[in-house]
Design a protein around this ligand. Sequence first.
Ligand SMILES: Cc1ncc(COP(=O)(O)O)c(C=O)c1O
Length: 323
Amino acid sequence: MSKIQSLTDLIGNTPIVQVKNIDTGHCNLYLKLESMNPGSSIKDRVALKIIEDAEKNGELTEGSTVVEATAGNTGLGLALIALLKGYKAKVVILDKMNLNKIYHLKALGAEVTLARSDVGPDSPEHYVNVAKKICEMTEKSFMANQFSNKSNPIAHEETTGPEIFDQMNGDVDAVVCGVGTGGTISGLGKYFSKVSPKTEMVLADPKGSIVKDVVENNEVKPADYSWLVEGIGEDFIPDTLDIKYIKKAYEVTNKEAFETIRILAQKEGIIGGSSSGTLISAALKYCKDQDTKKNVVTFVCDSGEKYLNTAYNKEWLKEKNLI
Ligand SMILES: Cc1ncc(COP(=O)(O)O)c(C=O)c1O
């Protein structure tokens, strides 16, 4: 590989690998390894697009501070790119997220504020509202606003989608995604509706999240906040989520998700983050529901190294009643 100009050149163009040792029924299941981005998650793509677009339209200038509410990975991507480009970063992260993400954010020089995970979007303590407040109080601040910023789904429409289509030689029957902001599923849904109308967008939703009910019954039930996977599962419908692209939805329990990433590590050698357990478990359910061979793609959205103390730690799993 030749020299790169910046770490940002390493964002995207992630590899796809086929699942070999797990039963995928009639289907071929492929994993796009977003864990191999320099900030070790899919959110690097979104962070880069948001920052570049904000620079283009003059919202980010010398001396600006990037502010964001995040389950961690968007904050990590923003903190990394802010550092490379000379901006400051202030990140509000949910208090149920892994401590390693907080250490990682601080190592990149971000200012970190913890917010409650158990309050709804109307509460002033909700992480998005806390970030808005910090933004108001910070001079030359720019709120990345991944939950309403159009650059978020566009990042996936412009990069993740074309990469998958090329890597799969244009033959993709289904893509399985979780919803945090909905940027991934909506951006990919839009891309595939243009280039490959046969491709079904499939939702993997943690039990307790509201998204599956909205997709299936157009009903917004209150979230129960019981899911332990990080980065996906929602208690509101973000502006960046376009549910019209979602053709099918699967609910995944905590037990199924955490068991699936352990199996992924043991059988395929891939240490995925906790949400990868939800996605791959839903993808396997989808595969087993098919009676003909289909090419199914899902993601290892972030690296499991951040979760070695939780998802891969027997004591933590026992404490949470997951084994
Ligand atoms: C850790 C993590 N963050 C974020 C996402 C996707 O979120 P979004 O809906 O914000 O694109 C995923 C997706 O599957 C994820 O695993």
